[in-house]
Write a protein that binds this ligand. Structure first.
Ligand code: AMP
Ligand code: ZN
Length: 434
């Protein structure tokens, strides 16, 4: 599987995190059945990186190194596992030059004024992936008209670099690759001519994936490029497009200061990956409630590491995920399991169900924290864990003194803050009920 990764010149926003999380789950799921090689590239040569370097005065390598680390740290906090291969564009320039040379030899590309362009007309199936025809594409504003192009829809494979820009020697002079050829060359190197699954955000279908497809097929004698294309829907903010000019860009890095990574992960998985996802405070609040229910169910039940490793998620949950990654249905199955656990009578049954809860969590990248830590470690509502525990102590003291009115008053205060308490022989435990 190949996933188009980030261009590393700034922090990832919550929209960028959606493909990372969604296709991380797909990778986890595929690994249950198949031997998977998962490549997610890093675009570390790009005009946006050059612009960031000029703006900040910082060397390109410093910018890309910093944001590669930030990306992996932030995605790691969301439970995204590292892919098997993380190819960097700057380490595959020779492969790109090779592929471009092949395209020229085969009559699919031409050189003009230090540029190399893909000749779209030489590939009659162009547009099949995005279901566009040439006229539509030319009419669309996204094709750049330039004097050196034979036709406006032709796109850049290689372009010349001025001395202050990053560049590599090539048969067409010192220059740098276009964005699309990067992915074609890296996919070929690490996964072969034909890949099973090609993934990315739906904004990439045109022109990026259409162009990758054209380049790879034409360079490889018409061999199939990707057996399946999977594209995630877009994330919007309070029904608006997320954009710098609207000032509503939410960085994962910042969100993580307030919310646990699992909560953000669950929020991103709560909608089907193909559907648009509208992000708001409610999205996070409802993810919090869902996780509280899941952690609440396993809380207080000891499950040995051995039992956990042996346990399987419910077949219905796996089946939901295997049905085009139907996460809303899979989560429903997760809650059904939590409900059964809440109702379970004997200890053996409880442990079995709790082990299945953890196995489901391991597949989904959830329930990775200790339940007690989950409830105490991060106070989200208005009350901190200390405040909650202080109120519980007061309430218990009032009860011990048989001042039941005061005890009820403290319980009501807790309930108003969304805290449910439960008395047992071992004392009083609490959870956020939302
Ligand atoms: P970029 O760094 O802009 O190339 O984006 C990296 C990845 O994030 C690509 O797969 C995009 O499709 C995806 N992406 C960017 N913005 C959003 C969004 N608002 N919602 C979902 N995916 C997005
Ligand atoms: Zn790509």
């Amino acid at each position: 599987m190949y996933l188009c990764g980030p261009t590393v010149y700034n922090y990832a926003h919550i929209g960028n995190a959606r493909p990372a999380v969604v296709f991380d789950l797909l990778a986890r799921l595929l690994r249950r059945r198949y031997k998977l090689t998962f490549a997610r590239n890093l675009t570390d040569v790009d005009d946006k990186i050059n612009a960031a370097s000029q703006e900040t005065g910082k060397p390109i390598e410093e910018i890309t190194a910093r944001f590669i680390k930030a990306y992996n740290d932030d995605m790691g906090a969301l439970g995204v596992q590292l892919p098997d291969v993380e190819p960097r564009a700057t380490q595959h320039i020779a492969e790109m030059i090779d592929m471009i040379s092949t395209l020229i030899e085969k009559g699919h590309a031409y050189e003009a004024e230090g540029h190399v362009l893909f000749d779209v007309e030489s590939y009659p199936e162009y547009g099949a992936l995005s279901r566009r025809d040439l006229r539509e594409m030319i009419a669309g504003a996204r094709v750049e008209v330039a004097p050196y192009k034979k036709a406006p829809q032709d796109f850049v494979l290689w372009k010349p670099s001025t001395p202050e820009l990053p560049g590599w020697d090539s048969p067409w002079g010192r220059g740098r690759p276009g964005w699309h050829i990067e992915c074609s060359a890296m996919a070929r190197k690490h996964l072969g001519k034909t890949i099973d699954i090609h993934a990315g955000g739906r904004d990439l279908i045109f022109p990026h994936h259409e162009n990758e497809l054209a380049q790879s097929r034409c360079a490889h004698g018409g061999a199939e490029f990707a057996r399946y294309w999977v594209h995630n829907g877009f994330l919007s903010m309070d029904s608006e497009k997320m954009s710098k000019s609207l000032g509503n860009v939410l960085l994962v890095h910042d969100l993580l200061k307030t919310y646990p990574g699992e909560l953000i992960r669950l929020a991103l998985l709560s909608a089907h990956y193909k559907q648009p996802l509208d992000w708001s405070d409610d999205t996070l609040m409802s993810a919090r409630r869902m996780l509280d229910r899941l952690y609440g169910a396993v809380r207080g039940i000891e499950v040995s590491a051995e039992a956990r490793a042996k346990a399987q998620p419910p077949a219905a949950l796996v089946a939901a995920l295997e049905d085009d990654l139907n996460t809303p249905r899979a989560l429903k199955e997760f809650f059904e399991l939590a409900k059964s656990l809440n109702k379970a009578g004997d200890d053996e049954q409880k442990q079995q169900l709790a082990a299945a809860m953890y196995a489901s969590g391991d597949l989904l990248g959830l329930l990775q924290a200790d339940p007690e830590e989950w409830f105490k470690g991060d106070a989200a509502g208005d009350l901190t864990a200390e405040q909650i525990e202080a109120l519980i102590e007061k309430r218990n003291a009032a009860r011990a003194a048989k001042d039941f009115a005061a005890a009820d008053d403290f319980r009501d205060q807790l309930a108003a803050a969304g805290i449910t308490i439960e008395d047992s022989a071992d004392g009083t435990s609490w959870r956020r009920s939302g």
